[in-house]
Ligand binder design. Structure first.
Ligand SMILES: Nc1ncnc2c1ncn2[C@@H]1O[C@H](COP(=O)(O)OP(=O)(O)O)[C@@H](O)[C@H]1O
Ligand SMILES: [Mg+2]
Length: 218
């Protein structure tokens, strides 16, 4: 079997990419990979995204692919790397060879710099994989989401669709779908208690695993 990568990116940091990626990776029994982790205490519990995905997805540890860069400072990867005295080398970000679907989580949004000369979308284009764009439903999302769609398209990164996170905003969601020419994959509502059980249940209720599998298998 070959690796079938799917990128999870978003309109911003702190919008629910990791929670969505955990739900998706669990539903597909995929591997999860956060190649560049900038900030080793992102949610103030000392947990990295990979550790949170391990907990929230219930995936066995061998399905969590180790980070290539674990940077101390919670800031843009290009700066976090400089502070740690390292340079992010795209040659080290080649896709890991794992069987089946691989969920790759970026850092922040599409145009986050990974060096002084490149942004994350350049790396997405090199991977040649489709992207799921995670977007909040709150005020401001139409602008952020349409901008992100343009940036992905301008680099030739195929967009599988939009995964919303937050309370229902039917008009915003439909407007993004129509004006962005993208598919709405579903919406993860705010969960009062965020556990593996509540996330698995919510993901199954609000998304169709086949929408992601079909693309990953294509
Ligand atoms: N659907 C949700 N329900 C409840 N809390 C959520 C949900 N999605 C995200 N969160 C919380 O919001 C914060 C940011 O989410 P996270 O997935 O880490 O964002 P990102 O990966 O985009 O930085 C975290 O504290 C996370 O637990
Ligand atoms: Mg994250």
């Amino acid at each position: 079997m070959t690796t079938r990568p799917l990128i999870v990116t978003g309109t911003d940091t702190g919008i629910g990419k990791t929670v969505f990626a955990a739900g998706l990776a669990g539903a597909l029994q995929a591997h999860y990979w956060k190649p560049i982790q900038a900030g080793l205490d992102e949610d103030h519990t000392g947990a990295t995204d990979a550790e949170r995905v391990t907990r929230l997805s219930g995936l066995p540890p061998e399905k969590i692919v180790p980070e290539v860069y674990k940077l101390e400072t919670p800031c843009s990867p290009h700066r976090a790397a400089e502070i740690d005295g390292v340079t992010i080398d795209p040659a080290r970000l080649d896709l890991p060879n794992v069987p089946g679907p691989l969920i790759i989580e970026g850092a922040g949004g599409v145009l986050v710099p990974i060096s002084r000369t490149e942004t994350y979308v350049d790396q997405f284009a090199r991977w040649g994989a489709p992207a799921v764009l995670v977007a909040r439903t709150q005020l401001g999302t139409i602008n952020h989401t349409l901008l992100s769609i343009e940036a992905l398209r301008s680099r030739g990164v195929p967009i599988l669709g939009i995964a919303f996170v937050g309370l229902a905003q039917p008009d915003s969601e439909a407007t993004i779908e129509e004006m962005g020419g993208v598919r709405r994959l579903g919406r993860l509502p705010p969960l009062n208690v965020l556990t593996r059980e509540s996330l698995t249940h919510a993901f199954a209720e609000h998304f169709r695993a086949d929408d992601f599998l079909a693309e990953a298998l294509a």
